[in-house]
Ligand binder design. Structure first.
Ligand SMILES: [Zn+2]
Length: 278
């Protein structure tokens, strides 16, 4: 090979390598422990009395997705102030053993490394530690953002104040329908309205392990997929049923693994932290 053609080969190789890397950015998915919620009675989770009188244990899980050198945190769990103690309200007893920031530190990340904070909805068990990530761009359903800024939800507003409070400077994207988080189709926020006005689910396409669909609170446990249990506290029953129909059909079409974020029986559908799904 002449020096000139060798140089040409090197140049071509040099151009080709990053081009391929850009086409397939590394995507991986971690499940984080964001607490647990014990139900003294599951009755509020069906407006047709499907679960009256049944006690139940729920998980509270959050998720971290890496796309190249950018990170999405999906949901922000129970409040860090709960760590090492418990809080009871109505049928719920909530507990937290480890914070999101502590788990991120275990894999060498700081809160400032989080590019996007996506929240499935505005309930306390999904935004509890949101304010620990003020540098992240908040991705929230526009229906939820409107409710939070309506002035009727003081506790929630405090957690989301860096983005939605008065004079807030945090970057926020209000998602009306679906949203391609990284712009390459690998991770999509999809509309699943009805639990709250702007409730969302998440679709993650992994290079080796295939497609995962995280439910947010469209479902809280497996039985609701089978018998369409709609919680009494959802904001819209018809929207919820439509969202369940769409979500299930999408999971079928994409041959996706469904992960119900609150169902402890679904936690082992992903590796145990700090292992990730790839
Ligand atoms: Zn929840």
């Amino acid at each position: 090979m002449s020096p000139k053609s060798a140089l040409l080969a090197m140049v071509l190789a040099g151009i080709a390598a990053p081009a391929i890397a850009q086409e397939t950015p590394a995507v991986e998915l971690w499940r984080l422990d964001c607490g647990s919620i014990e139900l003294s009675d599951t009755a509020p989770f069906s407006d047709t009395h499907l679960y009256d009188g049944e006690p139940r244990m729920l998980a509270d899980s959050c998720y971290l997705v890496r796309n190249g050198d950018r990170y999405l945190l999906w949901d922000a769990g129970l409040p860090a102030a709960l760590k090492g103690t418990s809080a009871s309200q109505w049928v719920f007893t909530s507990r937290l053993e480890v914070t999101i920031a502590e788990q991120l530190a275990d894999i060498g990340l700081a809160p400032a490394d989080i590019t996007f904070l996506g929240v499935s909805h505005y309930h306390d068990d999904h935004i509890g530690q949101a304010a620990a990530f003020p540098d992240a761009e908040l991705l929230i359903g526009s229906g939820d953002a409107a409710a939070v800024t309506s002035g009727k939800m003081d506790a929630t507003r405090a957690q989301l104040a860096p983005w939605l409070g008065e004079g807030a400077t945090g970057k926020v994207t209000r998602v009306a329908g679906d949203h391609d988080v990284f712009g390459d189709g690998s991770v999509s926020i999809v509309a699943a309205h009805g639990h709250t006005p702007g409730h969302k689910a998440l679709v993650v396409r992994l290079p080796r392990m295939g497609t995962y669909m995280l439910t947010g609170d469209l479902y809280h446990f497996e039985e609701q997929i089978e018998n369409r249990g709609v919680p009494t506290f959802n904001t819209d029953r018809a929207d919820t049923l439509a969202a369940m129909h769409r979500f299930d059909q999408m999971a079928d079409t994409l041959d996706a693994t469904i992960v119900i974020q609150h169902d402890p029986r679904h936690l082992d559908r992903l590796p145990t932290f700090p292992e990730s799904a790839k």
